[in-house]
Design a binder for this molecule. Structure first.
Ligand SMILES: Nc1nc2c(ncn2[C@@H]2O[C@H](COP(=O)(O)OP(=O)(O)OP(=O)(O)O)[C@@H](O)[C@H]2O)c(=O)[nH]1
Ligand SMILES: [Mg+2]
Length: 297
């Protein structure tokens, strides 16, 4: 019997927990079962109470107090502790049937998605055939407002690609909080940000502002160690161009749009997740209760 899950990831404050809450509300309205796992050992407030909470195993607060670490070191400590106590997850998840969508709400520390090796181990453990065997989809969120600052947008896209390559499971990238950008950008202009590519640097507003101020950074486009090059922003432009080229050459990252205040938008993301993990293919046909059967006739 397979199990199905989505791991909701991304930098701090991008709306991961809000998305988990909207997803659970939508699943409940569609009469589907959700199992909510909070894996953020510092999270305090929830719209839906977690069915399993890492804080019942270990919390950042306890670690900071007892081991004397800071918040980021504390988080890594908590995840290493979880890795040594994986029974905490398997005991709770083992009996779930294929009807459930298991939703993992992750912390926002970016180091988890770039270089700390605990997540690949956790994902392997969850998805390993013969053990928990969860068909897992990774959902990586970035804020739609990042598109206003090209450097932020490309840096975020690079972190999304890093998570994709590190985890090796079906993966969707999402631009969240679309309601915040709706009035600032026309739909047609926003479309260009669905797939990151180098042409987005050609009309970078920061670049245009420098040009208006009379700084011609292209004239300095040579030695990144030269002070004038650094001060004019030319070396920063070179760095962004290199990142954009890298993203374009791998051609892995593209985005779906999410507005948690709009149920249709949440439903659209859910259907992408369902497709990624082939949720519907695995469901047993259900018998309708008598009254619904009559209605259907
Ligand atoms: N306008 C708007 N605000 C949102 C949306 N989603 C989340 N927020 C707000 O963004 C803030 C952070 O949301 P969270 O859901 O806690 O973000 P998170 O990614 O779980 O944060 P961490 O777990 O701390 O990394 C809160 O103030 C939310 O109300 C959205 O779709 N639109
Ligand atoms: Mg959160």
């Amino acid at each position: 019997m397979s199990k199905f899950g989505v791991m909701v990831m991304g930098p701090a404050g991008v709306g991961k927990s809000t998305f988990c809450a909207s997803l659970i509300t939508h699943l409940q309205l569609s009469r589907r079962s959700a199992f909510y796992v909070n894996l953020d050992p510092a999270a305090e407030h929830f719209e839906h109470q977690p069915d399993l909470d890492i804080k019942d195993l270990i919390s950042v607060e306890d670690v900071m107090e007892e081991v004397g670490l800071g918040p980021n070191g504390g988080l890594i400590y908590c995840f290493e502790f979880l890795m040594q106590n994986l029974d905490f997850l398997s005991e709770a998840l083992d009996s779930l049937t294929e009807e459930y969508l298991i939703i993992f709400d992750m912390p926002g520390q970016i180091e988890l998605y770039t270089h700390v090796p605990v997540l690949p181990t956790l994902v392997k453990f969850l998805s390993q055939p013969g053990a928990l065997d969860i068909r897992l989809c990774a959902a990586y969120l970035l804020e739609a407002t990042y598109v206003i600052d090209r450097a932020k947008y490309f840096a975020g896209s690079l972190s999304a690609m890093s998570a994709m390559m590190m985890l090796e499971v079906p993966h969707i990238n999402i631009l969240s909080k679309m309601d915040l950008i709706k009035d600032q950008m026309r739909k047609k202009d926003f479309k260009r940000f669905i797939t990151p590519d180098t042409s987005l640097l050609e009309d970078d507003p920061a670049d245009l502002a420098r040009k208006r101020a009379g700084v011609n950074i292209d004239a300095h486009y040579a030695d990144p160690n030269d002070k004038d090059v650094v001060m004019s922003g030319a070396s920063f432009k070179q760095l962004n161009t290199a990142v954009a080229n890298l993203l374009e050459s791998f051609s892995l990252v593209s985005y779906l749009k999410l507005d948690c205040t709009d149920e249709e938008s949440v439903a659209a993301i859910l259907s992408y997740i369902d497709d990624c993990i082939q949720y519907h293919e695995a469901q047993e046909p259900k018998e309708l209760p008598d009254e619904e059967y009559e209605e259907a006739e």
